[in-house]
Design a protein. Structure first.
Length: 81
């Protein structure tokens, strides 16, 4: 399996990626006298963690459906054979 394909995916394809537009969104929504850079970084880190978890869950769902499809084909072959 070629895992380097996943390593070089474009960030623009990922709607949960942190880029200049989302960084500005976080900064403008959290901008206040009491807001410091640590709060901004914590919010960005939480968003990145949620994106990674969503990506992992999506892959697990795909793998589970693939295994289920293989088992269904094997059961059909056994039933018909």
């Amino acid at each position: 399996m070629n895992r380097t394909h996943f390593a070089f995916q474009s960030v623009s394809d990922d709607r949960l990626a942190i880029n200049d537009a989302t960084r500005h969104q976080y900064y403008s929504t959290m901008q206040a006298d009491t807001c410091d850079d640590d709060m901004l970084l914590a919010a960005l880190n939480r968003r990145k963690a949620r994106a990674l978890i969503a990506r992992r869950d999506h892959r697990r769902l795909g793998m589970a459906l693939g295994v289920l499809a293989v088992l269904a084909v094997a059961a059909l072959a056994w039933f018909l054979g």
